[in-house]
Design a protein around this ligand. Structure first.
Ligand code: SF4
Length: 242
């Protein structure tokens, strides 16, 4: 493997999502306006804390005995955008926080490229404990763990869910299509009887983006995020690379 080439590619990837963007129009505040909601942010935060406490005691699947820390997810209880990945990795397991390794740092850059801060959004995963060797989530693990995420979505009630990668998208949409088929368009996540569906955008997981570096892939993620910003009525930063 050409290490220098890999390092240069990753540097370019990071630059794409950090440098060269100019926000057109007003920069969004940290608490953008959101649709009507019955719960206050404090009530939502308390409910999310209760879920995190339950997760910390959970042994519903075999991953419960393998983890160092649970990773319930974190962020703004009033978030308009909720990012959902598949499962914690080694860094997340060590710290008990979602998306804090290399893929997490790239997600931070994607969020920043959108003119937002990590504290504006909520970030979570389908599974709250790390599968060994970062293997794919097993069906029985997803079945055991999904109710926690479903409750988090219900509480936060985001306007848009961004599903990162095939596992998150397939699980939330209950289908078996590839991420290539699912990404780039809005789908509907059904949050329960009597509740309106929530728009869901599927895009590539940032770990996939790191592994499959190409101008085309990073541009695809950016195109997906631009659709999310447009749907929310937020200003779309312009790619102004010199
Ligand atoms: S992965 Fe989910 S269901 Fe399994 S032990 Fe962890 S919190 Fe419980």
């Amino acid at each position: 493997m050409d290490i220098k080439k890999v390092v240069r590619q990753h540097a370019e990837m990071e630059q794409f999502f950090t440098g060269g963007f100019a926000i057109k129009g007003k920069t969004p505040t940290s608490e953008p306006p959101k649709q009507e909601d019955n719960m206050t942010a404090a009530e939502k935060a308390a409910d999310l804390e209760r879920i995190a406490e339950e997760v910390s005691q959970c042994r519903k699947c075999s991953l419960g005995s393998l983890r160092t820390n649970t990773v319930p997810g974190e962020g703004n209880p009033n978030a308009r955008i909720m990012f959902v990945g598949e499962a914690p990795g080694a860094d997340e397991d060590a710290q008990g926080r979602p998306f804090v390794g290399r893929a997490g740092r790239l997600l931070d850059k994607v969020i920043a490229a959108c003119g937002l801060k990590r504290s504006d959004v909520f970030i979570g995963n389908i599974l709250k404990c790390r599968p060994p060797e970062n293997r794919d989530p097993a069906a029985e693990e997803i079945i055991s763990c999904l109710p926690y995420l479903q409750r988090q979505i219900e509480i936060i009630n985001p306007e848009i869910i961004v599903a990162l990668g095939a596992h998150a998208a397939r699980t939330l949409l209950d289908n078996t299509k590839s991420i290539g088929q699912l990404r780039g368009q809005f789908h509907e996540y059904y949050a329960g009887l009597g509740r309106p569906p929530i728009k869901l955008m599927a895009t590539y997981h940032t770990a996939y983006l790191l592994r499959n570096y190409s101008q085309q892939n990073r541009q695809r993620v950016w195109e997906d995020m631009k659709k999310v910003l447009a749907e929310l009525g937020l200003p779309i930063p312009e790619h102004g690379k010199k």
